[in-house]
Design a protein around this ligand. Structure first.
Ligand SMILES: *[C@@H]1O[C@H](CO)[C@@H](O)[C@H](O)[C@H]1NC(C)=O
Ligand SMILES: *[C@@H]1O[C@H](CO)[C@@H](O)[C@H](O)[C@H]1NC(C)=O
Ligand SMILES: *[C@@H]1O[C@H](CO)[C@@H](O)[C@H](O)[C@H]1NC(C)=O
Ligand SMILES: *[C@@H]1O[C@H](CO)[C@@H](O)[C@H](O)[C@H]1NC(C)=O
Ligand SMILES: *[C@@H]1O[C@H](CO)[C@@H](O)[C@H](O)[C@H]1NC(C)=O
Ligand SMILES: *[C@@H]1O[C@H](CO)[C@@H](O)[C@H](O)[C@H]1NC(C)=O
Ligand SMILES: *[C@@H]1O[C@H](CO)[C@@H](O)[C@H](O)[C@H]1NC(C)=O
Length: 465
């Protein structure tokens, strides 16, 4: 009877003492750091009281202040209390508006993330002169009123506006973001881009315009009056290494659109309506490593469009309407080639003749009737997979694959194979396990279509003598 109240009293006392020593807002976990000889705390708060957290942070030295969810949504961010914070993240708090001077007293911020809110206008970060990274993904930002004032943010390298409500990119939208290296405008509703939209962004390395409704890329009149050719919206972006134009309803590419982007390494043009590519369109991209143009309506390709790059290692041309392809003579370092889901009936004799290192080759779901005699005989080592499923092949010549006894996989299911002595080499290789014709992702065993005594039998079960 006496013990219980005493114990309760002790607990109350301990509670009071500990919360007096380190007051900690409810829902927050704290960690101490020593950075550059200075102590900083980090606070990670989940569904906490925003006001309480901010009061706690007042005048503190903070490494990271993370607020994920607020116990009551905060419609508006008013000026934050004075604090020194390097990483500030306020997500899932229902923010719609941000006062113009909201960040006036948190000027040490290096990384600011305000994703997953309902912010309508681009926040004023002018005073955050140390800011490197600004993440505004998944909000409702419709426009950027005046970017010129951000000229002072000379360290701002990353701006992420993914999944917002941008409808257009004007010449003024990003002209102030001169230092930006990575700009993500993916998954907005951009329909128009003005011709000089990116002209001032000389440091731009990655530009994501994917999942918008662009249709046609604008051209600007050339500075060079002698030339009749209009210049491209990407002209002068010599540092651009990665450009994503996936799913932007593009119908065509302007002539010379990438002609000055000499450092481009990765280009995505997937899920568009491209029917043809202009002459020489990738020719200048001598540093290209990965080119993806799958899910378009390409019917024909001219060898001249491809980059003079000996660095290209991945080429995606699947899911087009190609009935003819060039031999791709110069692609010395090609490792991955995808041509599946096209309308190819034959491959050129000199097909990929310089590509000695090919590892993955997808030719499935075409209409190939035969393979060139020495198709892959030049490969230095056996590829991991050659997918020939669902074509119209009756046989595969041994000479096409060389006589290398490395284990590799030639997927053949869905071809009308004529299992005569010409396929004896393959049957023997399957039996001696030096070659496979199915794999765990595609376990279907190829069947013989003929001659009649073997018709319907699995290729590896037949006896040929
Ligand atoms: C963090 O440091 C404060 C003193 O600066 C100390 O009172 C507190 O116990 C420390 N917290 C942790 C979790 O180490
Ligand atoms: C949050 O904390 C403040 C200050 O302690 C208090 O006035 C307010 O009622 C709290 N809000 C909620 C939703 O608990
Ligand atoms: C602002 O906070 C920092 C620590 O984060 C402190 O050193 C400084 O004195 C504060 N400034 C004012 C005016 O209170
Ligand atoms: C910033 O802090 C100073 C000094 O504490 C204060 O006078 C000023 O009102 C604060 N500014 C804002 C926008 O809160
Ligand atoms: C393309 O974008 C639209 C919205 O702009 C979206 O509905 C569609 O799913 C996207 N398609 C692909 C293949 O990503
Ligand atoms: C894309 O833009 C065209 C006009 O260029 C418009 O007709 C169409 O509705 C837009 N599509 C979407 C998904 O916004
Ligand atoms: C397959 O090839 C045969 C001739 O070898 C041809 O008659 C037939 O139309 C082809 N089938 C398809 C789907 O291309």
């Amino acid at each position: 009877m006496i013990l219980v109240p005493f114990f309760t009293f002790l607990c109350l006392l301990l509670n009071a003492v500990s919360s007096f020593v380190v007051y900690q807002p409810k829902g927050c976990g704290l960690v101490n750091w020593t950075i550059g000889g200075r102590k900083r705390i980090s606070a990670q708060c989940v569904n906490a009281n925003y006001t309480e957290v901010m009061e706690y942070a007042r005048d503190q030295q903070i490494y990271a202040l993370i607020i994920d969810g607020c116990n009551l949504p905060i419609r508006q961010i008013e000026p934050l209390p004075n604090m020194s914070v390097l990483f500030l993240r306020i997500v899932n708090c229902g923010i719609e508006e941000i006062d113009d001077d909201a960040f006036a007293n948190v000027t040490d911020v290096i990384k600011l993330e305000l994703s997953h809110n309902s912010i309508k206008t681009f926040p004023n970060v002018e005073m955050l002169t140390d800011l490197h990274e600004l993440i505004l993904e998944d909000n409702k930002i419709g426009n950027i009123a005046d970017s010129q004032k951000f000229v002072k943010n000379k360290l701002l390298y990353d701006v992420n506006l993914r999944n917002n409500k941008l409808l257009e990119v004007t010449d003024a939208s990003f002209s102030g973001f001169e230092s930006v290296r990575n700009l993500d405008l993916g998954a907005n509703q951009i329909e128009t881009i003005s011709p000089n939209a990116f002209t001032k962004l000389a440091n731009l390395g990655t530009l994501n315009l994917g999942h918008n409704n662009i249709s046609t890329l604008p051209s600007k009149l050339s500075n060079n009056q002698l030339s009749e050719l209009p210049a491209s919206v990407f002209e002068g972006l010599t540092q651009l290494q990665k450009l994503d134009l996936t799913n932007t309803t593009l119908k065509e590419l302007p002539l010379n659109v990438f002609s000055t982007n000499k450092n481009m390494k990765t280009l995505y043009l997937n899920f568009n309506n491209l029917e043809q590519l202009p002459f020489n369109v990738f020719k200048e991209l001598t540093n290209m490593r990965e080119l993806e143009i799958h899910h378009n309506k390409l019917k024909r390709l001219d060898e001249s469009v491809f980059p003079d790059s000996d660095k290209l290692f991945e080429l995606h041309l699947n899911d087009n309407q190609l009935d003819d392809i060039p031999p791709f003579r110069n692609l010395v370092h090609l490792i991955y080639l995808n041509l599946e889901n096209n309308r190819l009936t034959a491959l050129p004799t000199e097909f990929v003749r310089q590509s000695m290192w090919l590892k993955s080759i997808y030719l499935n779901n075409n209409r190939l009737r035969s393979l060139p005699d020495t198709l892959f005989s030049h490969l230095i080592s056996a590829p991991d997979v050659i997918d020939l499923r669902h074509n119209n092949l009756t046989t595969v010549p041994i000479s096409a694959f060389g006589v290398k006894k490395h284990k590799s996989t030639i997927l053949l299911h869905g071809n009308p194979l004529n299992c005569d002595e010409k396929l004896a080499w393959l049957v023997n290789d399957i039996k001696s396990e030096t070659q496979r014709v199915s794999n765990p992702s595609h376990p279907e065993i190829p069947l013989c279509a003929g001659p009649s005594k073997h018709s319907g039998l699995p290729l590896q079960n037949i006896k040929l003598d």
